[in-house]
Design a protein around this ligand. Structure first.
Ligand code: MSP
Length: 537
């Protein structure tokens, strides 16, 4: 596979990002929203950087086939498709209410997808990558995965009985002995290593390293079908109705379906977002399947860690699964997005705590940012209700706190862009908040409430403008994270939708070129409103 993968310049006019597709055997929870919001924030950031919205392909959806869905429906005594319709709609409405602006919502039960699965499977057969073989080994229904010995763990039940479980999820495994179609995964080891040579291929680094470690082990061929007698809820293997395509192969192919396979106008995805539990599928099986089908593997993967709850793994049996609708009610949809991106660290697990959530929102959104906006737009300090002009003289003689603020504002666009590009939204938000805190220090030092009594308003206007400039910069940069809130903030500042002043480009050289950047101009403020109402404890 010694060819080059597509270059940055070919790709920079569009952006193709995916989330995993979600299983419909259970209700959506906080972790699912995190995967989706991470991808959404990244897509919004790319648009803010100039990728046109109609050139953004952002896909999400639901994974509806396989043994676990079949079993969930049987346990509920519901018909399988009815269950899928119902839960798929729950995911979709959750994403709609959290402002996840997907362009494509895929369900694996759609006809167009089944056709894609069969066509890709046939291509793999035609290219000689699939053979029939006897498979015997452990299968974990919850993971929907065949596990090797190193992926198993022995646990002792309260009764003293010993049992094997999946090391990754802790769920039980069952012994399978069946005739399956096998994919010659073992032949792709070298190609996978070439793909992984680019050290930006998989972020954060530890997950890239994890894949390389897995590749040091034996890479067994992959079973890509299940007997229909065992699994009927799935896509039949083309030309052999007695077998069903393995649900993970079916699911991964969703990314080709959304891209319009076989007429792929956009391929490969720029970034595929996924959780650490499904790294092996996306980082080994998926690129190998694509290479087998003669297609380019993804340009990059963003693998994120998990959310724990008050220090514990989130699980149905512990009863600590965080319901996203309750969180939206408590914190608002933007509040929830803020908490996920402010607290979520892709490289390691993050802890969800209600106490911390309230503290973060009250301190950062309500107090630090909201109060600053409120103060500087209050009619008592700002009777003419203007986004006021900066005076060049004041800019020449800034006090220390102002100089420090200008320095932070000058650096911020590049610093935050780097963090956002690397999916470290938490770092970007930290930097934004540090700048807004400095704006508060500056206001505290300059005491505009004393300046307002002077007949000449020049200094008062300049002080307010510098602080409001910090609010504008924060507002622009918060757009990918909290889209509605940021939009309200910019409305309050009188910065119209679609205006250049809302774009990332409008953040640089503001102080170096005050005239050209509009720093010396003023415009009327928009209607005042509370940015974020403090949550009562
Ligand atoms: N259906 C498969 C994915 C197929 S993609 C071709 C699947 N679905 S899932 O519903 O179980 O998980 C979807 C996503 O949610 C995964 O990225 C997973 O890592 C993520 N999360 C599940 N629990 C999570 C947390 N506790 N925290 C963060 N994300 C978590 O796997």
């Amino acid at each position: 596979m010694g060819r080059n993968f597509s270059s940055e310049t070919e790709r920079d006019k569009r952006f193709f990002i995916t989330t995993p597709i979600f299983y419909v055997n259970a209700q959506p929870h906080l972790g699912h929203v995190y995967s989706a919001v991470l991808a959404d924030a990244s897509a919004r950031f790319q648009q803010l950087q100039g990728v046109p919205q109609n050139q953004t392909l952002f896909s999400t959806g639901t994974d509806e086939h396989g043994q676990k869905i079949q079993q969930a429906a049987a346990a509920n005594k519901s018909d399988v498709l009815g269950l899928c319709d119902n839960v798929s709609e729950r995911f979709r409405s959750l994403f709609d209410s959290t402002n996840v602006g997907y362009s494509h919502y895929i369900r694996t039960t759609e006809e167009r997808h089944k056709k894609t699965v069969q066509s890709v499977f046939k291509t793999l057969v035609d290219r000689g990558h699939i053979y029939r073989g006897d498979y015997s080994g452990w299968y974990c229904v919850s993971d929907e995965a065949f596990l090797t010995d190193s992926q198993l763990r022995e646990v002792t039940l309260p009764s003293g009985e010993k049992k094997l479980v999946s090391a990754e999820s802790g769920h039980p495994v069952e012994w399978n002995n069946e005739e399956n179609y096998m994919f010659r995964l073992s032949e792709f080891r070298e190609d996978l290593l070439v793909w992984l040579k680019d050290d930006k291929r998989v972020q954060p680094k530890r997950f890239h390293q994890q894949l390389l470690t897995w590749l040091e082990d034996e890479l067994p061929d992959l079973s890509v079908s299940r007997p229909r007698s065992r699994i009927s809820w799935g896509v039949p293997v083309p030309g052999d109705e007695q077998h069903t395509v393995y649900v993970w192969v079916d699911a991964l192919i969703n990314y080709l379906t959304v891209a319009g396979y076989p007429d792929l106008t956009v391929w490969p995805p720029d970034v595929q977002v996924l959780g650490k539990d499904i790294l092996r599928f996306h980082g080994l099986y998926w690129p190998a399947l694509l290479m087998g089908a003669g297609l380019e593997p993804p340009h990059s993967l963003l693998c994120h860690s998990h959310w724990t709850v008050e220090g514990e793994k989130m699980s149905k049996s512990l009863g600590n699964v965080v319901c996203p609708w309750e969180s939206i009610q408590r914190y608002t949809s933007d509040g929830l997005r803020y908490l996920l991106l402010r607290g979520g660290t892709p490289h390691s697990d993050s802890n969800w705590s209600e106490k911390q959530a309230i503290l973060t929102l009250n301190v950062e959104l309500a107090d630090t940012l909201g109060n600053l906006l409120n103060r500087c737009t209050a009619p008592s300090l700002n009777p003419s209700q203007l986004f006021p002009p900066m005076s060049p003289e004041y800019l020449q003689q800034l006090p220390d706190a102002g100089l420090r603020l200008v320095e932070l504002l000058n650096d911020l666009p590049d610093v935050v862009a780097k963090h956002y590009t690397e999916f470290n939204f938490y770092h970007g938000l930290e930097e934004i908040m540090a700048t807004v805190r400095q704006a508060n220090v500056f206001i505290q030092d300059e005491k505009p409430w004393e300046l307002k009594n002077q007949p000449d308003r020049t200094k008062l206007d300049s002080v307010l403008r510098l602080a409001l400039e910090a609010v504008r910069v924060a507002g622009v940069m918060l757009q990918p994270v909290v889209p509605s809130l940021a939009s309200q903030l910019l409305d309050t500042l009188g910065i119209q939708q679609q205006q250049h002043y809302r774009s990332w480009q409008a953040l640089s050289s503001v102080f170096d070129n005050p005239r050209e950047s509009g720093l010396l101009d003023s415009h009327p403020l928009g209607p005042r409103r509370t940015l974020f109402a403090k949550i009562k404890v």
